[in-house]
Design a protein around this ligand. Structure first.
Ligand code: ADP
Length: 358
């Protein structure tokens, strides 16, 4: 068996890419506000007028891996953001990969929940959202792909309408695979390169548990309280599965929901349920009849925690990286500066939890 390194395997895309200028087919308006977020921009198909999103990546193994994974995942599942075109262009003397995607006009999941003021956010709605995310994860796991970085900002709504579809994006998760992997032909990207270990799938289930927890109360199960996104304290909490269901937000949530979260947040990856098992639970599969329409405090809590939201997102990202057993030295995040309110809220909840157990 010949050993080839990842660079060699990623040199050729296993699908056609375009080499002509992206501007031949897509129009950009370079005025303020056109960028969606950092390296993601809006553009319009010149022929159809369709509004699209463009993600620009500097060509690298990591970028190639992201493009291949996203393209592969963007098939028939309606809960994964579709890749419409991939270009290889030079931009400012750099080789770039450009991913043209469908534009998700509805924005990020939790922003939408936070901004709602028309009707209450209920447990049943949370279950419906979880089912959408699970469809995406099931689709990936069936293809032996693990996303490995499921987090709120990668969950986007197709539009601002009531019936908008929630979709998963961003396959640029950090790589931690060995540098050489068995391969027979350079056109074939080995599954190992795209990550298919059962372990990584279990990591997705843990992240799903975290997202479900936030969906039901508005704050994450694990806090870092030492000014570092991935502090030693947080690691040990994750390792020990140390989290609570504080009474204030959780007493009105059904036992089924809490049981499902407990299963997904099982410390040992091998003991976590598969995505099939998660989806078999009646809380997800029969949410329409089995999940109560209890109004939740989530929009209110999300608004209260708004100034901590970027820290919360950083923590989830760090925890995902930690769970992937990435080399801890690689996890370099800026220190979290504003943890005070979070601490105060956590203390409030700790007190409530103590009272609950007394
Ligand atoms: P990064 O790799 O920098 O995290 P993402 O792919 O997650 O990049 O995109 C960053 C942000 O851009 C997302 O959180 C989202 O707000 C926005 N975004 C990404 N893709 C789309 C899209 N297809 N339509 C609309 N907005 C998008």
């Amino acid at each position: 068996m010949r050993q080839t390194n990842i660079s060699e395997q990623l040199r050729h895309f296993p699908f056609p890419t375009k080499r002509n200028a992206v501007t031949d087919e897509y129009e950009f308006f370079y005025f303020e506000g056109v960028g969606i977020n950092g390296k993601v921009f809006t553009c319009f198909n010149r022929q159809t007028g369709q509004k699209c999103a463009l993600k620009i990546l500097k060509d690298s193994n990591k970028a190639r891996r992201e493009v291949i994974l996203h393209k592969k995942a963007s098939g028939t599942c309606q809960n994964i953001v579709k890749v419409l075109d991939v270009y290889e262009n030079m931009y400012a003397n750099n080789r770039c990969l450009l991913i043209i995607m469908e534009c998700m006009n509805g924005g990020e999941l939790f922003n939408r929940i936070r901004e709602r003021d028309d009707k209450p956010f209920t447990e049943r709605e949370a279950a419906r959202i979880m089912q959408s995310i699970c469809f995406a994860v099931q689709f990936l796991h069936d293809m032996d792909i693990a996303h490995r970085d499921l987090k709120p900002e990668n969950l986007l709504f197709s539009s601002k309408d009531e019936d908008a579809v929630l979709k998963l994006t961003d396959f640029g998760n950090d790589e931690k695979k060995p540098l050489a992997t068995p391969c027979y032909t350079p056109y074939y990207v080995a599954p190992e390169v795209l990550s298919n270990e059962r372990y990584d799938k279990a990591c997705d289930i843990w992240s799903l548990g975290v997202i479900m927890y936030i969906l039901l109360c508005g704050y994450p199960p694990f806090y870092s309280l030492h000014g570092q996104a991935i502090s030693a304290g947080m690691k040990s909490k994750i390792r020990a599965g140390e989290y609570q269901f504080p009474k204030q937000e959780w007493e009105k949530v059904s036992k089924e929901a809490k049981d499902l979260i407990t299963l997904m947040l099982t410390t040992e990856p091998q003991n976590r349920p598969t995505i099939e098992k998660v989806m078999e639970s009646s809380w997800i599969s029969r949410y329409g009849t089995h999940v109560p329409e209890t109004p939740l405090e989530v929009p209110k809590v999300l608004n209260e925690e708004m100034q901590n939201w970027s820290e919360i997102k950083a923590e989830i990202h760090a925890a995902n990286a930690y769970n992937r057993r990435a080399d801890e030295d690689e996890v370099k995040l800026n220190p979290v500066s504003n943890c005070v309110l979070l601490k105060r809220r956590q203390q409030k909840r700790d007190t409530a939890a103590v009272q609950l157990t007394q």
